[in-house]
Design a protein. Structure first.
Length: 227
């Protein structure tokens, strides 16, 4: 029998959260927590309570989200969402909140994805979930998400039909940035040119992600775009 769980005296998990449908009902309820990242991955709850590391997680995520959001806005390509945006892919038993999500107009027009209105609000603009595979998902690895980002989510995004997956790990001395594009059957590392730029098939653009120490000795990240 399921029991309620309290984590750090802050997060209450009600009994009966044993399926994706039950998890989604909880997400749509007024009782769903505002703090932390709570994902449903492969039949299990995966919870991250610890705050993001500012210069290993928040900063690279902000740079990537800002650059591609500008590109998407300039080209009227669709929508970019940074943080706290839940995607649901029932075919692979997944509901999660990636660091960055891109949804193209084409995906909406073709009904590849749909926006799911909050069940607790009559306002049609109160969207709680995006159901279906996004065009692009970005995850920035943290200490608590290594195996989730590199294994479980990697496999689910691949099998679920996400077109492109960008994976960043800024925790080590060497910054790791890899674009995985849709191959004939599954994700494959993107093509790389002599300058270290990787090709995004989704945006038809080459990217290089670098960092340097600024005048305060802190990491500053740069996502460079090249046609």
């Amino acid at each position: 029998m399921s029991v309620g769980i309290r984590i750090d005296n802050q997060l209450d998990i009600p009994p009966g959260i044993e399926t994706l449908d039950a998890f989604r009902r909880w997400v749509h309820s007024d009782d769903f927590p505002d703090q932390g990242r709570i994902d449903w991955v492969g039949g299990k709850l995966e919870i991250e309570i610890a705050p993001d590391s500012v210069f290993w997680h928040s900063s690279p995520k902000t740079e990537i989200g800002t650059v591609i959001a500008h590109q998407v806005r300039s080209g009227d390509l669709g929508y970019v969402f940074i943080d706290k945006t839940r995607i649901v892919m029932p075919d692979v038993d997944l509901a999660c909140e990636p660091d960055v999500v891109f949804i193209s107009h084409t995906s909406i027009d073709d009904a590849r994805i749909k926006f799911v209105q909050s069940q607790s609000s009559p306002d049609k603009d109160s969207i709680r979930e995006i159901e279906g595979p996004p065009d692009l998902v970005v995850e920035v690895v943290s200490d608590s998400s290594v195996s989730k980002d590199t294994e479980r989510l990697f496999g689910d995004y691949d099998e679920g039909g996400v077109d492109e997956y960008w994976l960043v790990d800024a925790r080590e001395a060497e910054l790791s940035f890899q674009i995985y594009s849709r191959g004939p059957a599954r994700f494959e590392p993107a093509a790389t040119d002599d300058n270290g730029c990787q090709r995004s098939e989704v945006f038809d653009t080459w990217y290089r992600f670098t960092r340097h120490r600024d005048r305060h000795g802190l990491w500053r990240y740069d996502l460079e775009e090249r046609d």
